[in-house]
Design a protein. Structure first.
Length: 210
């Protein structure tokens, strides 16, 4: 039995390219192996709250057995998100580029799951990620092109996501990008088709009907 965690984060709903390509990938990966489940979470529709003083008081409390109500809920949400992550063998993250980085909902998810002693720890040799042995696929979508050329220095999306994932031990990361969708409908169509083709080559299982 294995489990795919599918995180989507576009605020553009059904129009999202990253969500569509990521769903295609998760379904093809699942179709290729019997008994695989997909746990899907749309962080735009069902966001993890941004961290705040209540969250921090809960996480760093010296008396975790006597948290106040709001603190307990904040901690439980974080623990649930971490449990979902740890239960997955494969993680598919769909990330639209928003202002050169990721949507704040995806950032909030990372803020909730990057917890010392849970997903990373500090040793004498430095920080060590505790979430190991999982494959991650990043599906990105952007108006411009950032994988190469003049705008590459403005990519605070893929390097950032890889750094966060690497910090918690997830170093096996494959990127599938839908780039340049702002260059016109024809360019967008080709970029989306190329991403689906990359998905089909990565996970040759049959895609389910949408
Ligand atoms: C609020 C907002 C900010 C955006 N910022 C950028 C940006 O900084 N760079 C870029 O290339 N595209 C930017 N875009 C375009 C999106 O990255 C593009 O529409 C992409 O397809 C979004 O992903 P999705 O299709 O999965 O929703 C932005 C779009 C929105 C709505």
């Amino acid at each position: 039995m294995s489990n795919i965690l599918l995180l989507t984060s576009s605020p553009r709903g059904a129009a999202s390219h990253s969500s569509a390509v990521a769903r295609d990938l998760a379904e093809r990966l699942a179709a290729g192996t019997p008994g695989v489940t997909i746990t899907a979470r749309d962080l735009a529709a069902d966001p993890v709250p941004h961290i705040d003083g209540v969250f921090l008081a809960a996480v760093f409390s010296a008396h975790p057995e006597s948290l106040l109500d709001g603190q307990r809920e904040a901690l439980e949400r974080s623990e649930a998100a971490i449990a979902q992550l740890l239960a997955a063998d494969t993680i598919v993250i769909a990330a639209p580029m928003i202002n050169f980085s990721v949507p704040t909902t995806l950032r909030a998810w990372f803020d909730n799951i990057l917890r010392v002693g849970k997903t990373f720890r500090y040793t004498e040799a430095g920080a060590e990620g505790l979430v190991k042995g999982k494959k991650v696929y990043l599906v990105t979508a952007s108006g411009g092109v950032y994988s190469d050329g003049a705008m590459k220095v403005m990519d605070f999306q893929v390097p950032y996501l890889k750094a966060l994932l690497g910090f918690i031990g997830l170093t096996d990361v494959e990127v599938i990008s839908v780039e340049g969708v702002a260059f016109g409908p024809e360019h967008a169509e080709k970029a989306v088709a190329a991403a689906h083709a990359q998905v089909a080559a990565t996970a040759p299982g049959e895609a389910r009907a949408a």
